[in-house]
Structures are given as C-alpha cells and as structure tokens.
Design a protein. Structure first.
Length: 334
C-alpha cells in the first residue's frame, strides 16, 4: 500500500492531495473531533471561508479558522448536504487550496458521522470545546457556565488545560477533545485539581473553569516549546509567557529573529546559542561546540557583533533567550 501511495504521489499530484485530505479527515473522525472544530479545521485546510447551516444553527469560519458573523452565501457556491436541511458550503477564492472540493466532501461526511454518535458523548466534547475556545466573546459567559456545569467542574477550583498529540489516550474520567489549531489538530484535555501529568504534552497555567481558554492558549505555547513530543509547563515561563503572547498577538516578527537565523546559517548551532542564553560557562559552551574554551572565548565578541548586542551580559542573555523562544513557537505553515 505504501508503495502504491508513493507511485500515486509521483504520478498524479492532484490525486495525491485528495488522498492526503481523505486520510486527514479520517484521522479527525477517529479522534472524535467535534462539529465546530471540524468546520474550523476544514476552513484552514481549504484556505476558504466555510459555513454550516443546520436549522437555526449557523456557523461560519474565515480561511484562517476564526469564527465570523454568519451571512448567507452567494448563489452557486459549492455546497454539500449533511442531512436533510443541513449543509456545508465554502467560498472559492484565489487563495483557496487545490483540494478545496474534496475538503468540502470530507468535512460533510465527518459531520454526519459525528452527529450520529452518542448524543451525551457529543455534548461532553462540545462542552470542552466551548471552554477551551480562545476566540469566544465575553458575552458567551453563559455558554461557558453551562459547559463547566456539564463537565462537573468546580467553579471555585483551579484547572489546567493540556495540549497533547492527537493519539494521546486520557483516563475516561478526564474530558478531552480534538481541537483545530493553526498548527494542526491537537488533543486538548483538562487536568483535575491537584492532579499531575507525567506524559508528553504542554501543560497550561492554572485557571478557573470560566478562564480555561487562557490556560489552553498557554498550553499550546508549552506544546510547541516541548517540541510536540516532550513535556513542558507554561507556568515555568513566568512573565516570559506574557512576552510570547504579546509577540504572537501583534503578528510582528522582531528583527532579532532574522539576525538569529543569520548567525545559525554561519558557524553557530542552536545548542551553542541555547547554552549561552542559559548562562553556561565558556568551558561548557566549548564542550557543546567541540572546541577549545579559548577559541570560544575569542568567538563570543564576534557573536555579539553579529547579533547587535552583548551576548554575555545579563540582559543580552535574556534577549537571546527570548529570541530563541520566539523561533520555537513560530507557526508552521499548513
């Protein structure tokens, strides 16, 4: 089968893209992603505005996966019926992905399968999606209260969101849901108070149930910093978490990012720069680089000149550390 897929990819790029889309949505169905996240994921994968109508329920997402105010689509836009009276549509634009029609077909099928599952199970997944959603407006606090009550969360207790791999298994007593994110599907869960988590994942800061969207956002930072396979706690970042959140929200790429890439393209490695940022001794840096410590001592002023700041000063190390963190959380193109 793998050989056949390889031949298909080589001989027919369109068919291979459609096969990738089929496999992707099959994985989301197996992971029991909810309807809202399925629609968000489909909008991002197709790079198109996508809408869903099911009786009074109307949802619409932009090509970046953000929810937008629903408006009726123009006549003639591609639409697929999910069930009687319910359907999914998308607006095809110049930036739409080549396989957008296949995305429409597969998300409609995925929604049909999802809505055919046990209603109580679907309600639990939906409740968790509501609590973790980072784009819910302030006037949706009533929905958050209802979601927290459905999951039996104590309004006075503190909980942590956890971001982990799609296939991560969770104890049945802990609610989890597959969430659509700009970095691909991520399994989100909520840690009960005074409960530790030793497996791989990004662990968010503790918050009340109604503020779990903030814990989830910090968990996604931790997940990316973990290398999407290790374990990292957002709480360990302290005020650096605020810096990272502000940097990502602004959308502005700090010039230090480009300067660091330039240094990496020459004779410095990530391990060496990280050792400097961590405050390692010259001998430890030399050991990481496989060089004599006197050679490293000679190269440090040149590194400072290339970066544009004194890399061995306390503030210089902090600046380098932030630059390296920003590099690690940089979004990966879909």
């Amino acid at each position: 089968m793998k050989e056949l897929v390889g031949r298909l990819i080589a001989s027919d790029p369109v068919a291979s893209e459609e096969l990738r889309i089929i496999q992707h949505f099959d994985q989301l169905v197996r992971g029991k992603m909810g309807v809202g996240s399925l629609l968000r994921e489909a909008a991002m994968v197709s790079r198109s505005t996508l809408g869903y109508v099911n009786g009074p329920r109307r949802l619409q997402f932009s090509s970046t996966g953000l929810p937008v105010r629903y408006r009726n689509p123009d006549p003639g836009v591609p639409r697929v019926e999910v069930t009687t009276g319910a359907g999914v549509w998308l607006e095809v634009g110049a930036a739409s992905a080549p396989g957008h029609r296949m995305v429409l077909d597969r998300v409609a099928l995925a929604i049909e399968i999802t809505e055919g599952r046990d209603p109580e199970e679907n309600r639990l997944h939906t409740a968790l999606e509501v609590l973790l959603s980072t784009d819910a407006a302030g006037d949706e606090s009533e929905a958050r209260w209802a979601a927290a009550a459905r999951l039996h969360l104590d309004p006075e207790a503190k909980y942590r969101a956890v971001a982990s791999a799609v296939g991560q298994e969770w104890p049945p007593r802990w609610p989890s849901a597959l969430m659509a994110t700009p970095w691909g599907p991520v399994r989100g869960a909520v840690l009960q108070p005074d409960t530790s988590w030793d497996a791989a994942g990004g662990i968010g800061v503790p918050t009340s149930p109604l503020a779990l969207q903030h814990s989830w956002r910090s968990a996604l930072f931790a997940w990316r910093l973990s290398g999407q396979g290790g374990r990292f706690s957002a709480e360990s970042l302290g005020p650096l978490l605020t810096v990272l959140e502000a940097a990502e929200s602004s959308g502005w790429i700090h010039p230090d990012r480009g300067v660091i890439e330039g240094v990496l393209a020459r004779n410095w490695s990530i391990a060496e720069l990280q050792a400097i940022a961590d405050g390692a001794s010259v001998r430890a840096i030399a050991s990481a680089a496989g060089l004599h410590h006197s050679t490293v001592q000679l190269h440090l002023p040149r590194l400072s000149a290339a970066l544009g700041f004194d890399v061995v000063s306390p503030i210089g190390r902090i600046r380098l550390q932030i630059g390296l963190l920003l590099r690690r959380i940089e979004p990966t193109a879909r």
